[in-house]
Design a protein. Structure first.
Length: 332
């Protein structure tokens, strides 16, 4: 059973309306992304992507907002966002991290999954660059990096990792099981899985699941589940591993799907629809990017987020809620 989690959705709404925790009200106003990682002390951090910065007007519109490609929101044990972290300063904010070879902001990073490993927060970053395609879809994935942050969320190290143009886009999900971190990736809307020893995520000594065992060759990674959205999660619940995702055709099929498996690599049951976002029924608005948040889920439940966006940017400026995450709770 899945139902809207209005408590978390409204927490993000209040956070954006009030200035994202900044005294000048110029912090987080709206964005997509919405991955989570847990730091020591049960502190939850939200890894957000394209971010509109406040202030948000009293009617929840935005007038000439600032814009960056990545931000981090600090939350407490309950997950409620409390403070916005960016690069730069409050008067001149920049993206939380940028590729070293960027020229005039191209390419840029989009956050993917993150995990606390080897004493640091390590976050997968997709390098995204402009293409000759028609706006607003004139961008493409160029490869994957891992950004290591220090305890003040300053960039400590950038590591080029597996997954480059034409290959698997790794980092949709990170899951620690035993002495390994399982790394989930996507190519052509299909799941692939690798793993690294805990404490060695940034070392290029991964193993790749072949469908029956593990190989040190990335080219041996086998396709596992098809027709996935660009973002998906695999999460342990009640002794099973729960896959949460959308369909690949998000403009046609608006449902959120779940499947389960006995192991982190499957075999997964057929996907079952559990929720249809009401925002997807509004003309010009679309929903996408499902992510699971085990850190703030109760036993026997799983909190999921999905992103909301508008095909016309003016609809976001008119109402910041058209680019803010929504949350649901699935009860098993």
């Amino acid at each position: 059973m899945a139902a809207a989690n209005t408590e978390l959705t409204e927490a993000f709404r209040r956070f954006g309306d009030s200035g994202g925790g900044w005294s000048n009200h110029g912090g987080w106003g709206a964005s997509d992304g919405t991955y989570t990682a847990e730091l020591p002390g049960h502190q939850v951090v939200w890894l957000m992507n394209d971010t509109f910065l406040g202030p948000v007007n009293p009617d929840e519109s935005m007038t000439n907002p600032g814009f960056i490609h990545g931000s981090v929101l600090l939350g407490g044990r309950d997950g409620f966002p409390r403070y916005t972290i960016t690069g730069g300063t409050h008067d001149a904010p920049t993206s939380i991290a940028s590729p070293p070879d960027a020229v005039n902001g191209d390419p840029w990073y989009w956050n993917a999954a993150g995990i606390f490993d080897a004493g640091r927060l390590q976050v997968f970053q997709g390098r995204i660059g402009q293409t000759d395609g028609p706006p607003p879809w004139n961008f493409g994935w160029l490869g994957s990096d891992i950004v290591t942050y220090d305890r003040h969320f300053a960039v400590e190290k950038i590591t080029r990792t597996y997954g480059q143009t034409g290959g698997v886009n790794w980092g949709n999900e990170l899951l620690r099981v035993g002495g390994h971190i399982y790394i989930y990736g996507e190519l052509n809307s299909t799941m692939y899985v690798a793993r690294a020893r805990s404490g060695h995520l940034i070392d290029k000594h991964w193993q790749f699941y072949t469908g029956s065992g593990w190989s040190s060759a990335e080219s041996d990674a086998a396709p596992l589940v098809t027709d996935l959205g660009a973002s998906y999660s695999v999460t342990p619940v009640n002794g099973r591993y729960v896959l949460s995702t959308t369909a690949s055709a998000i403009f046609v099929d608006h449902q959120i799907y779940l499947a389960t498996a006995p192991t982190p690599v499957g075999p997964f049951t057929p996907k079952t629809p559990v929720y249809t976002p009401p925002e997807s029924q509004v003309s010009g608005i679309y929903t996408y990017n499902v992510a699971a948040h085990l850190q703030i889920s109760r036993p026997g439940e799983l909190v999921l987020s999905y992103n909301v966006n508008a095909q016309n940017g003016d609809d976001i400026l008119a109402d910041a809620n058209n680019n803010r995450p929504r949350f649901i709770t699935v009860r098993f």
